[in-house]
Design a protein around this ligand. Structure first.
Ligand SMILES: Cc1cc2nc3c(=O)[nH]c(=O)nc-3n(C[C@H](O)[C@H](O)[C@H](O)COP(=O)(O)OP(=O)(O)OC[C@H]3O[C@@H](n4cnc5c(N)ncnc54)[C@H](O)[C@@H]3O)c2cc1C
Length: 362
């Protein structure tokens, strides 16, 4: 079973294990050769550029690596949408999702008892592992939004809260894509599709229908009971670390745990966990622990649990440096850029218009 080590050498080793050819032939399958790198990209430990540069060293023809590079570009694309739309990613961006029967989550999804064996197994794995296969994320989102007619936001928050790779842009915008709020067509998958890609043989489930039946499908009994997303999240209680007010200070956070950032320089390093951010975007203890473990790759980093405004009482903003990211627009100090795979920035209404431009550079 897959695991997610936090030591930087193990993470770099995982990059070296990428097989772009096998990836493109198998990525949609349960046991496909996917990279399992997303928790490290989401937490800002490695960048899409770094993965892309490794792929280039393999000296493979473009057509054999294109699929994986394209998936990496999806990551950058959603980030650019987030930068452009800001908090707007929490709302239906292109179309209003319809029909909606509730703004909650089907209880059967939360309790992993939809009756669809592979879905239920995958949700239990999500709870224990903090990971779910991309195709399975699409199935789960489709069941919530397009079969149970739940608005995408609450189930998206639920999934985000359990993923080690939780990334608000990839998450919310993918949910919008599945539900038709960021695409012109809802995504459906039937039981046959799940059986094909997830090696099962189940029949007679609520998804065991022809595609033509989906538009007018009644909400199955098992999905009718819905519950709100409620999460009581606790951040570690560390007390205030000893800080130097006038020392050059690098701010790390849930989206930036880059161990090579100004490595070997004599600076103050702070891992900032802001209660207001996590109150709005809660994650489970496993996710917080994972992030904290990742900071162990950074020497002498100190954890500060509190708001940025509180931190500035201890460190002068003139001495603060932070990486550009939509979740920390309000930081004060010097903002420096993140690493991207290409130089293409800005909002593109569709991934393929963005990809067309990226491709020219890659
Ligand atoms: C409903 C839904 C919710 C999602 N929520 C998240 C999330 O919270 N965080 C997150 O990182 N990804 C999310 N994704 C995207 C995708 O499922 C994961 O990035 C991918 O499954 C991660 O596994 P991997 O690293 O093995 O991916 P691989 O298939 O090995 O892909 C390599 C890398 O490409 C990028 N990538 C691949 N597929 C996508 C995609 N569809 N969208 C954006 N980037 C992609 C990721 O950075 C990934 O690490 C979501 C997708 C869906 C459909």
């Amino acid at each position: 079973m897959i695991n997610f080590p936090t030591d930087i050498l193990a993470i770099e080793n995982r990059i070296r294990q990428i097989d772009p050819v096998k990836y493109s032939n198998t990525r949609n399958h349960k046991d496909g050769a996917v990279t399992h790198l997303s928790p490290y990209i989401s937490r800002g430990v490695i960048s899409t550029r770094q993965v892309y540069q490794h792929i280039q060293t393999l000296d493979l023809p473009w057509h054999k690596t294109e699929k994986l590079i394209q998936e990496l570009a999806w990551r950058d694309y959603w980030q650019q949408v987030w930068i452009a739309k800001k908090e707007g990613i929490r709302q239906d961006l292109k179309n209003i999702q319809t029909p909606i029967s509730n703004y909650q989550i089907p209880k059967a999804i939360l309790h992993a008892n939809t009756g669809i064996e592979e879905i239920d197994i995958a949700i239990k794995h999500l709870y224990t592992l903090g990971y779910m296969h991309n195709h399975m994320r699409m199935y789960v989102a489709s069941i919530c939004c397009n079969i149970a007619n739940s608005h995408w936001l609450e189930p998206a928050k639920w999934m985000y809260s359990h993923l080690l790779d939780g990334d608000l842009a990839s998450n919310f915008l993918s949910w919008q894509w599945v539900s038709g709020a960021f695409s012109n067509k809802k995504y459906y998958a039937n039981q046959n599709n799940i059986n094909n890609f997830f090696n099962s043989t189940q029949q007679n489930t609520f998804l065991d229908v022809e595609y033509s039946a989906f538009e007018n499908l009644d909400i199955p009994e098992i999905l009718k009971e819905t519950v709100p997303f409620e999460f009581d999240m606790k951040l570690p209680d560390t007390g205030n670390p000893k800080l130097e007010k006038k020392k050059t200070t690098l701010i790390y956070n849930y989206y930036n745990i880059d161990p090579y950032w100004h490595k070997d320089q004599e600076v103050q390093r702070i891992f900032l966990l802001e209660p207001s951010f996590f109150a709005k975007n809660p994650v489970n203890q496993k996710c917080i622990n994972f992030a904290i473990q990742l900071t162990k790759n950074i020497e002498d980093i100190k954890m500060f649990v509190g708001e940025f405004s509180k931190l500035t009482e201890f460190v002068d903003p003139d001495h603060i440096i932070f990486k550009e990211h939509p979740c920390n627009r309000y930081y004060q100090g010097k903002e420096v850029p993140r690493e991207w795979m290409s130089s293409i920035t800005g909002f593109y209404p569709s991934f393929f218009s963005f990809w067309k431009k990226c491709k020219k550079e890659l």
